[in-house]
Design a protein around this ligand. Structure first.
Ligand code: FSX
Ligand code: SF4
Ligand code: F3S
Length: 544
């Protein structure tokens, strides 16, 4: 459960009031450091003074930091903090009781101190590294011959809260990459206790410290996403925060790593940047005391804070196109169950998702067949190109397309009329996109779907469709029609682009269907189409 800012504030005020009465000596805490943590946590400015006061008065809580299967990069990242600096952090904010790399004690001395801290049952636990629970003898260390799995269980049992610091402890990380010889996994897979994931290989010092500080201040969990990552830190797509994004929109891509244009801020998508698939705040918080971050330094993001990123995102220096796949996840779109429905089966209890070529939409009345989905777009590629090239960025995109995909551009100019065509059928999106990515017209929908189904990755290159829900659902694709141009210039293949479109369409239809089901209190969703493959791909929408 996440608390409101007002509730958080009153928790903090209450804790401060208790400390004010205890006549403790005030610590010298940097207000600048605390304000920057408050900002990163997405808390209003007035929390700065309160948090500052709290850190001046509080007794730093004990922290145990374990090392399991990893490279110690997370600890290296933490060492490079400047706001607060590392020594202030470990003496004034937390009390670092056990850390195999940083502590001066070793051997029995270190182990007996760990035992003492564990016995007090009053500590936070940070774990760096994946755990080998299936073959637990890995990481067997020390005089008592305990293995990593046993050490983890022992420490987790009485921890007040547990953080998986880094991608290895969150999801398994590098040692869990195929073929995962030690069968390493994320710690949440083996612990009964709740684990907050702070992924990244490594995570930034800022994210590590912000997550610790939130707990110290409020003794509450932050709002988390489905992967148990704090939303304040991992809630936004990295690509949307990137300083090179305008170049992506303009279709200005670096062609290779020695491309001079990298220095002019050209986008790194074509040389493998996975920023559009990564959720992290790196462009904002940076690394090494805010010095830089991967994309600023000239290498694309490798989506290091995503689950299984080593295996699932292909090569680090190529886009996710089939040619560069070494895994094969194709078919994640298809499902086996197929039941075509006729429009006559509509009744007061159900909704029909109609994906036929002559009409499309989500009907919810039996008698009137009213359409719940408000949808229309300019379906003539030539007219789109003319209308779109209005802003400087859009003009550059069209110009890049014309120069680099001349035959596709010419095909569109020669084979389409100048008349605007407004379509209200979602399947027309397939016909619209195809000439941009193939330089010819789409003959039938199966051709398009076969491409999408052959895509070998599970992460889609999204189309930024927008669905708004009022009395009706409105699916707005007008701003996304530029995506095929961007993607083809960025080096994605047809399989990736068609997959992206089908995936995004499915996601948005899902939202609309859910809204329709709730608003009109319907029990069931039916699906109708003449295309067997469409039925297969969209079938699972009937079970939302
Ligand atoms: Fe290394 Fe940490 Fe990567 Fe893993 O960071 S930087 S392999 S996330 O656990 O040490
Ligand atoms: Fe930045 Fe990468 Fe997105 Fe390009 S693809 S804008 S380099 S995050
Ligand atoms: Fe990792 Fe990408 Fe950030 S590689 S460090 S999530 S820029």
């Amino acid at each position: 459960m996440s608390l409101s800012n007002e509730e958080l504030k009153s928790i903090l005020e209450h804790k401060i009031a208790l400390l004010e009465n205890s006549h403790k000596e005030k610590k010298n805490i940097s207000l600048e450091a605390v304000s920057s943590i408050v900002k990163i946590l997405g808390l209003p400015n007035d929390f700065s003074a309160l948090a500052h006061r709290y850190f001046q008065l509080h007794t730093p809580p004990s922290l145990i930091w374990l090392h399991l299967s990893e490279c110690t990069g997370c600890s290296e990242s933490l060492l490079r903090t400047s706001l607060p600096d590392f020594l202030d952090l470990i003496f004034d904010f937390i009390s670092l009781e056990y850390h195999e790399t940083f502590m001066s004690a070793s051997g029995h001395q270190a182990e007996s101190h760990l035992k003492e801290v564990l016995e007090k049952k009053d500590f936070l636990l940070a774990v760096e590294g994946g755990v080998c629970a299936i073959d637990p003898f890995y990481l067997t260390i020390g005089a008592h011959g305990e293995n990593g799995y046993e050490i983890l269980q022992k420490c987790a049992k009485n921890a007040k809260t547990i953080f998986a610091m880094g991608t290895c402890s969150s999801y398994g990380g590098i040692q869990a990459a195929h073929p995962n010889p030690t069968k390493s996994i994320g710690i949440s897979k083996v612990l009964e206790e709740k684990v907050i994931n702070i992924p990244g290989c490594p995570p930034s010092d800022v994210n590590i410290i912000a997550a610790l500080c939130f707990y110290i201040l409020f003794e509450q969990d932050m709002s988390l996403d489905v992967q148990n990552r704090p939303l304040a830190l991992y809630g936004k797509c990295l690509h949307d925060l990137c300083e090179r994004k305008a170049k992506f929109e303009a279709g200005n891509f670096a062609q290779s790593f020695d491309d001079e244009n990298i220095k002019q801020g050209y986008c790194l998508f074509k040389v493998g940047c996975k920023g559009p698939y990564a959720y992290n705040n790196c462009p904002k918080v940076k690394f090494n005391s805010k010095t830089s971050w991967p994309v600023a330094a000239g290498h694309g993001c490798i989506a290091c804070s995503e689950e299984n990123f080593w295996d699932d995102f292909g090569f680090y220096e190529k886009p996710m196109s089939n040619e560069f796949a070494y895994n094969d996840f194709s078919s994640i779109l298809a499902t086996e169950v197929i039941h075509n429905t006729s429009i006559n089966e509509l009744n007061s209890k159900n909704i029909l998702l109609d994906l036929s070529s002559d009409s499309s939409g989500i009907f919810y009345y039996n008698e009137n067949k009213n359409n719940f989905l408000d949808f229309s777009f300019e379906a003539n590629p030539k007219v789109f190109l003319n209308q779109f090239a209005k802003t400087k960025i859009a003009m550059s995109l069209v110009q890049n397309f014309q120069e680099q995909f001349q035959s596709h551009y010419n095909f569109i100019q020669e084979n389409y009329s100048d008349e605007s065509i407004t379509s209200t059928n979602v399947l027309d999106l397939f016909y619209f996109i195809y000439p941009f990515i193939s330089g010819k017209k789409l003959e039938n929908i199966d051709e398009f779907l076969d491409l999408a189904l052959a895509y070998k990755f599970k992460h889609p290159s999204k189309f930024d469709f927008k669905t708004t829900i009022n009395d009706q659902a409105k699916l707005d694709v007008s701003k996304s029609l530029r995506m095929p141009l961007i993607y083809i210039l960025g080096g994605l293949d047809k399989e990736a682009i068609t997959f992206g479109l089908v995936f995004s369409l499915k996601e948005h239809l899902k939202q609309a269907l859910k809204a329709c089901k709730n608003q009109h209190q319907k029990d069931q969703i039916l699906i109708h189409s003449h295309h067997e493959k469409l039925l297969k791909i969209f079938w699972d929408l009937t079970s939302i």
